[in-house]
Design a protein around this ligand. Structure first.
Ligand code: PLP
Length: 842
């Protein structure tokens, strides 16, 4: 009996026992090869749930016994098992990189993980990114472990009623039917960890899901030993009140870290996907403090170098925030355990800086704690990096925005999870089977060699397959509403496999402007009813149950869809989830995205169409702001920000229609004698070749490894080595800065012109700071900075020094300001030391 089988509540014929290994490894969610196996077992359940584990639990014994005797099935099973073993044991990209051997575990914390629709513990982009990260870690061999929550209900499920209004359901997830296993401790018992809630402990059960080479560890509170109220803490994702959210964040951050400790995992980098798990940085510090008998500040100083914070937030209103009294109620007990005053925890999460008088009333914002507790931080596209630098600038007072210490790694998608079976074949033929598990070099070349006719055939097949899948789905939607048979049968004729198909699916919320395309309903209707150049539109998306405006937008679309002349030309697919997304991105010709810049931090759905030959038409926001080029897609927007200006919305809507009417539709219907739209196909080829690798999670994760995980692993182990020697040095450097900063000053600054430019001479008085504690710089707008050289001590002064530097003659001395900033070769400034002193301006 193999290790996995004990999780099954039934027994399988011996010959098929190893099916459990396959069914419990979510690798099936991106391996097209295994689809056929599950389909053979139970085609209906496979189509309805996409959940092999459920199939194994449900399929009849009779069917299993017959398959156990079927040589073809058994040969296929063996082939799959061998393939799995080979893929798990073979060499990986990570094996080949320098410094990889010494990397410990990368713990990836996220409030949601979107690995498959059959594990519904995600709501949207943030979760799917997390799922794609784990899958890619498996592909590339990166030693990552996911940490998340196992929700009993997760995010709400959507249906539309007969009037087209959204209904929200919260069906219960039976954990026994999910592809997860209880996590056992050393003696075989179910691993539980405890966190403290006011006046009571909360027991958390631990689970694991296999994701190829990596694992996702999950916590849930639905344990009989907890009180009835507490058992619901991990019920809904993004549901409940502020208090529930804070408890969930305690469970994720503190409980999550404790779970990793119980398992004895040597975590080097703790990666926070958004601020929800920020408390993990404090628990990590606390556990370092216990193990090394240090004080808390030293422990945080030492461990923070190994924390990475990825922010996804484009506006301050989107930050989670907790009133200080609520934070005190929940975090006071931890303050005692951690050996720090509660006020210190509060301050780490507040906007205020030292000395602000109204600090006591300011909210506790986990994203701020995350930034103050990390060794590096990043946004999720180039533009979002800039936006984040502005957003977090208040934490770095008197610094230019551009110096806010937040970089960016543009998101990507796990290509093998989003390609269609046909796309997989096409790409395998042109770029080989291992194309997504190496370094992507040379991928574009293979695609550029595919002939027009082959590309166009592939596209047409993709559209056709999507339409067939949608017809079935729409029929089920109507059946669920109790529609008469004739109305259900109509679905078999909906949508035209030869028509230009536009797709639009996303969360219905104001900033996504999910009704921009509906700004002029008659104009849109004209586009959709053109008999010469037919156009059709496929829609999907949920509105949060508390977002009245989002729901109103769904209603507006429903009203539009009900127009008789649009019958069969526009459809709304209910319950947008990963399965719906996969269906759509594999078939649409043009994927539309109309957010209000700069509120789409990255956006990833448009990246999912790339591998399938779909093209993008999008606002120049998020990833598209850096990916767009005229020969690969279409763009609206002027790269400016216009907030929620209705006049601007109207102008962009007009531009959207114009692009569709004048560019996109005519281009799609410009055919040669063979019926091929050559210029359209040229765009497909360019978009596939150029953008698919660039916006893959393979490229993204390699960036994280090279720019963050490896350097941060080195940084944190350097701080920990020799009983935290470097950590201590940094901590006392920091204390010195705090104590003396207010008394340092810049004295005379003199400029002299010489043939090579300007020479500057600066006198500084550093109070009791060591000269090496600081750097003296010349700064000029917008981002010029020269470090000055220390030449000598000033005669007759204590810690007074003369600095000198030379700048080119192209700028006047008046452009420059002298400043003093903290400096230490092992510290990240200003992330860890926000002090700055500017030369007084007179
Ligand atoms: C990819 C995906 C998203 C994220 O899409 P955006 O581009 O951020 O709108 C949301 N929901 C589902 C189901 C997805 O598959």
């Amino acid at each position: 009996m193999n290790g996995f089988q004990r999780y099954l509540t039934r027994s399988l014929p011996d010959e098929l026992a190893r099916l459990t290994e396959l069914a419990l490894d979510l690798r099936w969610s991106w391996s097209h090869a295994s689809d056929a196996l599950w389909e053979t077992l139970d085609p209906e359940l496979w189509a309805a749930t996409g959940n092999p584990w459920l199939i194994l639990e449900s399929v009849s014994r009779d069917r299993l016994d017959r398959l156990a005797l079927d040589p073809a099935f058994r040969a296929e099973l063996d082939r799959q098992l061998n393939e799995r073993e080979a893929s798990l044991s073979g060499p990986t990209w990570f094996d080949g990189i320098e410094g990889g051997d010494d990397t410990g575990t990368i713990a990836y914390f996220s409030m949601e993980f979107g690995l498959s629709e059959s594990l519904p513990i995600y709501s949207g982009g943030l979760g799917i990114l997390a799922g794609d990260m784990l899958k890619t870690a498996s592909d590339l061999g990166v030693p990552m472990i996911g940490v998340g929550l196992l929700y009993q209900q997760g995010y709400f499920r959507q249906a539309l009623n007969i009037d087209g209004e959204q209904l929200a359901y919260f069906p219960y997830n039976d954990p026994a039917m999910l592809p997860v296993m209880p996590l056992r401790n050393g003696d075989g018992g179910w691993l539980r960890v405890t966190v403290e809630l006011p006046g009571r402990p909360l027991q958390l059960r631990c689970w694991e899901a296999r994701v190829g080479r990596t694992r996702l560890l999950l916590l849930d509170a639905n344990d009989l030993v907890n009180g009835p109220r507490d058992r619901g803490i991990t019920g809904e994702l993004y549901g409940g009140d502020t208090e529930t959210r804070l408890t969930q964040e305690i469970v994720l951050g503190i409980g999550g870290w404790r779970m990793l400790e119980h398992l004895g995992l040597a975590v080097s980098v703790c990666h926070l996907n958004e601020g929800h798990a920020a408390l993990a940085v404090l628990e990590r510090a606390a556990s370092y403090r216990r193990a090394n008998d240090t004080d808390f500040d030293l422990a945080l100083r030492t461990t923070r170098a190994g924390n990475l914070f990825t922010t996804h937030t484009p506006v301050p209103a989107a930050f989670d925030r907790f009133p200080p009294a609520l934070a005190r109620l929940y975090l006071q007990p931890y303050a005692e355990q951690w050996g720090i005053p509660f006020e210190r925890i509060l301050q780490l999460g507040q906007m205020a800086c030292d000395g602000d008088s109204d600090a006591a009333d300011m909210d506790f914002i986990p994203a701020y704690l995350a930034l103050r507790g990390c060794g590096a931080a990043n946004g999720v596209s180039r533009l979002h990096g800039e936006v984040s630098r502005r957003l977090f600038a208040p934490l770095f007072p008197r610094r230019p925005f551009a110096e806010t210490p937040i970089g960016h790694v543009t998101n990507g998608v796990h290509t093998p999870s989003w390609d269609s079976r046909e796309a997989d074949r096409l790409w395998t033929r042109s770029c080989g089977k291992s194309r997504w598990i190496g370094d992507l070099a040379g991928i574009g070349g293979g695609i550029r060699e595919i002939e027009d006719s082959a590309l166009w055939d592939f596209r047409v097949q993709g559209r056709q397959a999507m339409i067939e899948a949608l017809r079935g789905r729409l029929a089920r939607q109507r059946a669920n509403l109790g529609a008469p048979a004739a109305r259900i049968d109509e679905c078999a004729l909906m949508l035209d496999p030869n028509a230009l198909t536009l797709g639009f699916a996303r969360r219905f919320t104001a900033y996504k402007r999910t009704n921009l395309l509906l700004a002029d309903p008659d104009r849109l209707a004209r586009l959709l009813t053109d008999t010469n150049h037919p156009v059709q539109l496929v829609l999907a998306g949920k509105a949060h149950p508390r977002d009245a405006n989002g729901q109103a937008m769904i209603r507006a679309w429903s009203t539009f869809i009900a127009r008789p002349e649009l019958h069969g030309r526009i459809v709304f697919v209910e319950d947008y989830d990963m399965a719906v997304a996969a269906t759509l991105v594999q078939g649409v010709d043009v994927w539309i995205n109309t957010p209000r810049r700069p509120w789409e931090a990255s956006g990833t759905s448009g990246m999912k169409v790339l591998v399938n030959g779909g093209l993008n038409l999008s606002e120049l926001d998020g990833w598209w702001a850096e990916a767009y080029a005229p020969e690969i897609g279409w763009a609206i927007g002027d790269r400016g920000e216009h907030d929620a200006d209705p006049a601007w919305d109207a102008a962009e809507a007009a531009e959207l229609y114009r692009l569709l009417e004048e560019d996109i539709v005519p281009l799609f219907y410009t055919r040669d004698q063979a019926g091929i739209p050559r210029p359209w196909v040229a765009r497909i080829r360019e978009s596939m070749a150029r953008l698919t690798p660039a916006y893959s999670s393979n490229r993204m994760l390699r960036e994280y490894v090279e720019s963050y995980y490896l350097p941060q692993t080195r940084a944190v182990s350097a701080r920990q080595a020799h009983r935290s020697q470097l950590g201590m040095e940094l901590e006392s450097w920091h204390r010195r800065l705090k104590n003396h900063w207010s008394r340092i000053r810049i004295g005379d600054v003199s400029w002299r012109e010489d043939p090579a430019g300007w020479l500057v001479d600066v006198q500084t008085y550093l109070d009791d700071l060591e000269a090496d504690d600081v750097a003296v710089e010349l700064y000029a707008e917008p981002d010029t900075c020269h470090r000055l050289e220390r030449v000598e001590a000033l005669a007759g002064a204590i810690h007074g020094y003369r600095y000198r530097g030379r700048v080119a003659a192209d700028r006047a001395p008046g452009d420059y300001t002298v400043r003093i900033v903290p400096d230490h070769p092992a510290a990240s400034v200003p992330l860890e030391a926000t002090e700055i002193l500017w030369q007084p301006r007179n």
